[in-house]
Design a protein around this ligand. Structure first.
Ligand SMILES: Nc1ncnc2c1ncn2[C@@H]1O[C@H](COP(=O)(O)OP(=O)(O)OP(=O)(O)O)[C@@H](O)[C@H]1O
Ligand SMILES: [Mg+2]
Length: 429
């Protein structure tokens, strides 16, 4: 049964109990309420998702108890109302909207206390609720053209009413594709934050079930739930649904799962915002892919974007720009997540060893421990002697590095490094 319906039923029960109490008290003069602990438990449960009507009815019940002299029970109910309203005040949704962003979507307000749907057989939760705030969501660095496109899309959603007034529908679904670690999930959360909406992240792996028909039922359950609330539905790692194909499942099950997804996306299409994420768009059924009205391909970061990620990861430390340029150059071809990992390791090493170890030695040490994260070229480069490496850096970073900054990378003076880069290159034997 849906939580909304449960709450309505509970409100009706409480109203009925209130009336019953009043009648009982008038007719029998009873002073204490029988089974109060059960009534209290019902009220506590109902107040998980409080609303005005419900609070009013519990308040009525409390007044009725108070009038009959059962002040202790009356106080306990008042206390329940008070803590429910305090909990609501502390919910992050009050902190969410950025720049007054609101999207006019229908539906109930999703709260951190809202009970989330789970798989009926395994009990595994099917969605996670995330309430993005400025403190928890960071803006991904994107190429200017991509950033402009994303902002246009978000702005379309924020001006939904104006668009509808002129007979236009905003494109309410978007598929984010790209290599692992390029910042797709970060981007989706940031977009939701810009809209001032919470995110329901569908756990696609939890939705998959080996029981025939259960995956389709889970999909429907997730969409029904998302459609009830004002939120962004995020279908992360969407391609795992394609795994159904690899299982020894009968063909009919695959069709059922894809159809369930298509039908649910169609129902949601005009009412709620849906973001899909996949690292493997080619594994998606073309019909699913087409359902997303916009598609954004998040590319691997450029040198400039890697530099921004390096600077942000070093925060609050101030680092020489030459080191920022060098780390970003060494991570060419890597995703943002890899850049972040390497820089975090560097930060840790630096915090432990201080200035004694040169930046280049620190980088060599990290690379030795993360051989899978760097290219063969970079690994062999770092194995060369300091002089050769200094030359490579000077060539690669060009105007971005002077002899003083180059020397600082090796903990050497400018005359030594000046000599290194001036000396004619040694010929390989
Ligand atoms: N362009 C970027 N700008 C800022 N941070 C980035 C960028 N790309 C990746 N990151 C950082 O890398 C980490 C991983 O990013 P995220 O999880 O969003 O990537 P993803 O594409 O969803 O990865 P996966 O495909 O593995 O799910 C995050 O901490 C994120 O901040
Ligand atoms: Mg992700």
């Amino acid at each position: 049964m849906k939580t909304g319906r449960i709450v309505i039923m509970l409100a009706v029960c409480i109203a009925f109990l209130g009336n019953w109490m009043e009648n009982q008290c008038h007719t029998t003069g009873m002073e204490t309420m029988e089974h109060f602990s059960i009534v209290q438990a019902i009220c506590r449960l109902a107040l998980v998702s409080p609303n005005e009507a419900l609070t009013h009815q519990i308040d009525r019940l409390s007044e009725a108890l108070s009038e009959t002299g059962d002040t202790k029970a009356a106080q306990q109910l008042k206390q329940l109302i008070k803590s429910a309203s305090r909990n609501q005040d502390m919910t992050p949704r009050r902190l969410v909207p950025s720049r007054g962003a609101t999207v006019s979507l229908p539906g109930e307000v999703l709260l951190p206390t809202t009970i989330l749907p789970s798989d009926r057989e395994s009990g595994a939760r099917l969605v996670d609720a995330i309430f993005p705030t400025a403190a928890t969501v960071s803006r991904p660095y994107l190429l200017p053209y991509l950033e402009r496109a994303v902002l246009t899309l978000v702005s379309e959603w924020r001006h939904m009413d104006e668009l509808r007034a002129v007979g236009e529908q905003p494109s309410l679904s978007c598929l984010l594709t790209g290599a692992p670690g390029t910042g797709k999930t970060t981007l989706a959360l940031w977009m939701a934050h810009q809209m001032g909406l919470p995110v329901l992240v569908a756990r696609v792996d939890a939705m998959m079930s080996s029981f025939l028909g259960t995956t389709s039922r889970n999909i429907a359950q997730v969409f029904d739930f998302a459609n009830r609330f004002r939120c962004v539905l995020l279908l992360d790692e969407l391609d795992s649904l394609a795994k159904v194909r690899d299982d020894a499942n009968e063909v009919g099950e695959i069709k059922r799962v894809v159809n369930a997804l298509l039908q649910n996306m169609d129902v949601r299409a005009s009412s709620g915002i849906t973001l899909g994420i996949t690292n493997h768009p080619q594994l998606l059924d073309p019909a699913v892919w087409r359902r997303f009205m916009s598609q954004i391909e998040v590319p691997l970061p450029t040198q400039e974007i890697r530099e921004s990620i390096v600077r942000r990861t070093f925060e609050p430390l101030e680092v020489p720009e030459a080191l920022v340029h060098l780390l970003a150059a060494l991570m060419e071809g890597s995703a943002g997540s890899e850049v972040k990992t390497i820089v975090s390791l560097y930060k840790k090493r630096q915090a432990m060893s201080g200035e004694d170890v040169s930046p280049i030695e620190t980088i060599r040490e990290i690379v030795a421990l993360n051989s899978g994260r760097l290219s063969l070229e970079v690994k062999s480069l770092l194995k060369r002697d300091d002089q050769e490496l200094a030359r490579w850096i000077r060539n690669r970073l060009g105007g971005n590095i002077g002899v003083v900054e180059l020397g600082a990378l090796f903990n050497k003076g400018k005359s030594t490094v000046g000599r290194w880069v001036k000396e004619p290159e040694r010929k390989e034997a």
